[in-house]
Design a protein around this ligand. Structure first.
Ligand code: MD6
Ligand code: FE
Length: 217
């Protein structure tokens, strides 16, 4: 994120419990790109197939469990179904970033068990959804955007609630929890643009605390 834009992109409360921290990740955070490369070398990006067809965003995870989808539904699993191995451990650089962002947003003591990494190429999108497979409604979700911009829609707890639309740029963080924990949200089709570090790609990291009783093998 270029400092030039910092003055016109102040931190913004999107709704009670949800805060947008533009440019929270320092742009020199090359380490994050390296971390994504390291994780995806061991747990490759893949397009999960759901009942609705293959997802346009490619995904991987790190941490004690990872988010997986198949035609029978969505869940968190201790192992990567593609490699039958445990997911790579969550690198400290990622954990610290998430804990720092959560604290900045007023959520002290965040202890993420998983980081879901989404990769979007041109045209990829994510339909409106709620994050509700975690079983820890008191814990926030911390979301970090890297690479090319994305148009993000953020609504309320009802699918039909009015949406707020924001552009998430490289280094932006959104933290949401409390009354916003089950807000509906989605990502519009990514435009074909170029970013110095990611080319045409956008990466989104979402950190979640997950109730271990819900892990599947
Ligand atoms: C994305 N993010 O930004 C997708 N979920 O690519 C999410 O679905 C998301 O940003 C929960 C909390 C924050 C998020
Ligand atoms: Fe989500």
């Amino acid at each position: 994120m270029d400092d030039l834009f910092a003055p016109v992109r102040p931190r913004t409360v999107l709704a009670e419990g949800a805060i947008w921290l533009p440019g929270f990740v320092p742009s020199e955070a090359q380490t994050l790109h390296q971390v994504i490369a390291d994780v995806s070398a061991r747990a490759p990006f893949r397009h999960f197939r759901t009942r609705m067809g293959p997802m346009s965003a490619a995904m991987t995870s790190c941490g004690a469990c990872g988010w997986i989808a198949d035609p029978s539904g969505y869940r968190y699993s201790r192992t990567d179904p593609q490699t039958s191995q445990p997911w790579p451990a969550m690198p400290d650089a990622l954990r610290h970033l998430a804990v720092r962002a959560a604290a900045e947003a007023g959520y002290e003591g965040f202890d993420p068990s998983s980081c879901l990494i989404n990769r979007y190429g041109p045209g990829a999108k994510m339909g409106l959804h709620q994050d509700r497979d975690e079983g820890r409604p008191e814990a926030p979700v911390v979301s970090v955007s890297l690479g090319v911009p994305a148009r993000f829609s953020f609504g309320g707890s009802l699918r039909s609630d009015p949406k707020r639309i924001i552009d998430l740029l490289d280094g932006d963080v959104v933290v949401w929890g409390g009354p916003s924990r089950f807000a509906w949200h989605g990502v519009s089709s990514i435009r074909e643009t170029f970013h110095q570090q990611t080319g045409a790609m956008r990466y989104n990291l979402t950190f979640r605390a997950i109730n271990a009783a819900l892990f599947r093998p």
